[in-house]
Design a protein around this ligand. Sequence first.
Ligand code: PDD
Length: 277
Amino acid sequence: SLYLYQNQFLPKDQVSISPDDRGYYFGDGIYEVFRVYNGVLFEPEGHYRRLEKSAREVRIPLPYNIERMHQYLVELIQANHIQEGTVYLQITRGTAPRSHPFPPLDTEPVLMAYCNQIARPLSTMEQGITAITADDIRWLKCDLKTLNLLANVMAKQEALVQGAGEVILHRKGTVTECSSSNFMIVKKGEILTHPANNLILHGITREVVFRLARKLDIVYHERAFTIEDLHSAEEAFISGTTVEITPVISVNGRAVGQGNPGPVTRKLQQAFEQLVN
Ligand code: PDD
């Protein structure tokens, strides 16, 4: 498969990342994961806007502008003949001997992108997944999509060890989001999800869910809720680029609602389906 590396297309084995890359030493970089449906990038503007924000806030200069980046990603998808899949893009602060301060100003950021042909997660979207809860021990800039994912990785692994599909993170009982997706519950027919502040990633799929909810006349609130609220919710689901809208049918071994994907979740899934088909 072909990779985009800086401004070249190369086979994977010709992409050589230095051991001095600051992404490798410090997780000093940012990334995005895009979905491709029918050979076309899904919601690219939202991803680019978020990438620009992450870049600005961690002060990594983008190596080229968004128009050029978009052209490269379109070319990458075509060169790899991707119909259904994802594009991963990351940019690190560049290569320099290990030292905490930013490297010299003329250090070039390192950009790398590749795509994967991946089927949509049809069976988990149909059946739902189980989840556990865990303390959200991440830093206070979770709205930036940075490479520092150790807390997310540790939490996700704990879910897998316990036979669950995702982990719902909370700060002192207030639910934030999941290890690699946003989290929403349904109470009295209305959607609740954590506000888009510094404690969660402002998911592109989360925004799509809001758009669909407005279209379907489903009320939603960007309002923090607790684990207790979750335990008395009628429905719960996660949203994300790779998981789309996936029902959560139990949490810590306790059924959510009737223990089946609920009607509000189903309506949103059906509306999402129309967007991507
Ligand atoms: N994760 N929250 C976190 C912590 C995430 O890592 C992600 C996405 C989301 C959902 O955002 P979006 O709808 O824009 O995909 C929420 C990507 C897919 C990943 O790290 O692989």
